[in-house]
Design a protein around this ligand. Structure first.
Ligand SMILES: Nc1ncnc2c1ncn2[C@@H]1O[C@H](COP(=O)(O)OP(=O)(O)OP(=O)(O)O)[C@@H](O)[C@H]1O
Ligand SMILES: [Mg+2]
Length: 292
């Protein structure tokens, strides 16, 4: 069954009413994706918040599907998704854009190439800000302005004031606790409705593995689902780092194990990512109990 059809009628109508109906030059940036919600209620709440023009913050560990979720929201609302990755494109220019020199009949002119923030605000589309807690402090006032009820930013490069057009929406993601990230600035956090995204488990995880990995052996899939729940438990108890339970790594292990023995696949895709030798032993022991 389609994702939207699983939700209350009222939510389906709300999404329908807030769908982008303009076709634009950016239609190729409407992402289609196959996010599987771990909690339909939470998923509905995200749809409500976005429909009401709230800024949405997805908080969850690595490989929990935050980026997939943002892409799925882009397709449900038929909204092109512009994106900034704060851990890579750190400065204000990567939000706003940059100036460039152009030549017209030998005449030199300065043109402005708009960045993702400017584009999404002007055209009323979605902006995905990945790892927003890694943004440099000097870019924060800029982001804060765009997230305010005023939805306004002044571009110091052009002195223009940019207003968020109807439909403009912000989805941000953070990976709190991950080494190298800083806690999210309180003023910034305050501007978002926050949603905790957990690792998918149980029956949903089972169908995710079937759909997204090359592993099809039901018995093995069941064992991987059990392994995942054991890894989540071990992470909760502090026995392994949270990333050790990543669904991304689990799917890699499932893919590999359609060709190589599962224990070796787990070693390559999961265990080898853990720095601490004791953590590696924990994972190896769990794998030992579940696979031959
Ligand atoms: N609930 C889910 N639905 C669909 N796919 C998922 C889900 N959870 C994990 N995945 C799969 O796990 C992988 C990682 O997902 P994604 O890149 O969206 O994670 P992320 O939370 O954005 O991670 P990071 O914080 O490292 O950017 C993808 O291959 C995705 O298909
Ligand atoms: Mg991501």
């Amino acid at each position: 069954m389609k994702l939207l059809e699983q939700l209350p009628k009222q939510i389906q109508t709300l999404v329908e009413q807030n769908k982008n109906t303009n076709t634009t030059n950016f239609d190729n940036m409407i992402r289609s994706s196959n996010y599987v919600p771990h909690d339909l209620e939470l998923f509905s709440d995200i749809l409500v918040a976005l429909s009401q023009g709230k800024n949405v913050l997805l908080k969850g560990p690595t490989g929990s599907g935050k980026t997939k979720l943002a892409e799925t929201l882009s397709s449900l609302f038929n909204q092109p998704l512009f994106s900034v990755n704060c851990s890579v494109d750190l400065d204000a220019e990567s939000f706003l854009g940059f100036k460039t020199v152009e030549y017209e009949n030998d005449k030199q002119t300065i043109a402005f190439v708009p960045g993702p923030l400017v584009q999404s605000m002007e055209h009323g589309h979605f902006l995905y800000i990945d790892e927003i807690n890694m943004a440099k402090p000097e870019t924060l006032p800029l982001i804060n302005g765009a997230l305010d009820y005023r939805r306004t930013v002044t571009n110091p490069l052009t002195n223009e004031t940019i207003h968020g057009a109807n439909g403009f929406g912000v989805i941000a993601a953070i990976n709190e606790g991950y080494i190298g990230t800083t806690r999210l600035n309180e003023a910034l956090k305050n501007r978002f409705v926050i949603f905790d995204i957990d690792y998918l488990q149980g029956e949903e995880l089972k169908s995710l593995i079937k759909d997204q990995s090359s592993l099809q052996d039901t018995k093995q899939i069941d064992a991987f689902v059990k392994l995942s729940s054991d890894l989540v438990k071990a992470a909760d108890q502090g026995k392994i780092a949270e990333d050790g339970a990543s669904i991304r790594a689990l799917l890699d292990a499932c893919d590999l194990s359609s060709f190589i023995p599962p224990k070796r696949a787990i070693k390559r895709a999961i265990t080898s990512k853990l720095e601490d030798e004791r953590e590696q032993v924990v994972v190896a022991n769990l794998a030992e109990t579940l696979f031959e």
